[in-house]
Design a protein around this ligand. Sequence first.
Ligand SMILES: *Cc1c(COP(=O)(O)O)cnc(C)c1O
Length: 417
Amino acid sequence: MNIKKNNEKWHDYRWQLQNRINSIEQVEKILEIRFEPELRGQLEKTIATFPLSITPYYLSLVDAGDYQNDPVFQQAFPSPKELDVSSCDILDPLNEDGDSPVTGITHRYPDRVLFHVSNVCAMYCRHCTRKRKVGDTDFNPTIEHYQAGIEYIANHPEIRDVLLSGGDPFLLEDETIKLLLEKISEIEHVEVIRIGTRTPVVLPFRITDSLVAILKKHKNLWINTHFNHPKEISPEAIVALDKLAEAGIPLGNQSVLLANVNDCSKIMKKLVHKLTAHRVRPYYMYQCDLSYGLEHFRTSVGKGIEIMESLRGHTSGFAVPTYVIDAPGGGGKIPIMPNYLMSWSTNKVVLRNYEGMITTYQEPDNYEPNYCDLNCKDCNLQFKYDQKDNYKPIGLEKLLCDTDDLITLTPMEQAGE
Ligand SMILES: *Cc1c(COP(=O)(O)O)cnc(C)c1O
């Protein structure tokens, strides 16, 4: 790759950002390839709707000799298929805008929020679920947005986990990241802060010593990154991961199952092996969302289950991510896995393992669960429930718990509300 040679600024993340590739022509030049005029026209049309932006580093990972099948190319370079809007595509499939009490905050789960602190990314992933917002210059979070978001979190004592997301939070200046982390840390009820970033994948040089020094101060900080293919775990990416791990930051990875990129159990196994070898715990494997223009990336759910089947039991338990479908309409993440529980009698369960061996587990004859009315005085378990935690069961938990006599859950639409 000629762009990399003799370039002393290659490792400077600002240089990488300033020299991002955003035209079809530049890609042709760098990879020394040529598109047919018709395809070229379609590509131009595609990037007019969904802009193109690739860091020179990420493009340098592409194998120019077989670029059409290259997983890095597939994730970074547009396909005219992006403009084929399928009948089931949804602009905001996760209803993030609907679950947003103040601009930038998505409050979907009881105890945690997503805080969109940045609207820019180092690279525009072609499979982005927030494609609707890519290149949207109308919304660029300002200090006022941050203040409003922080105020919202401060005013909601039930929020114990804040997830900084975007865009990519690491495209903010160090000073802004520092300020956000400090302000959020000042809120007493926030126990955990998470950052979701793809910079270790597409711009590993962003993980500078000065950024790490800022992050390191926060002992409750977790980072999730987004590797989709073992090829992305390059020597440069490994340097970035090492720096974060040496700073004591727990690292996780969220990948997306993508057709023609990683929809293969061997690729996924290789990916989780390489991740764990570099202290990154595979966290989620997402089924591709129903966002606009992603139809060509979607796989069957069966493919995902097949991959999970090939991981669980076959490799280290902590290398196995949870396969989830983020429910269209904003229902949150729903875990999907092969069935291991085959049947059940009054005192015995029948299970099968990863090899297909069928076994039974005998349940105890005399198990007496502690009845729970939140009155810890009368309970044998050593725990003192804190009344100010204000326990409010919802959903299935509410059907199962001892403190609530609800016996059915009725879908709102059925009830005509
Ligand atoms: C994914 C997500 C979270 C975090 O979910 P976890 O399962 O705790 O990782 C929180 N809020 C929203 C809106 C999300 O989409």
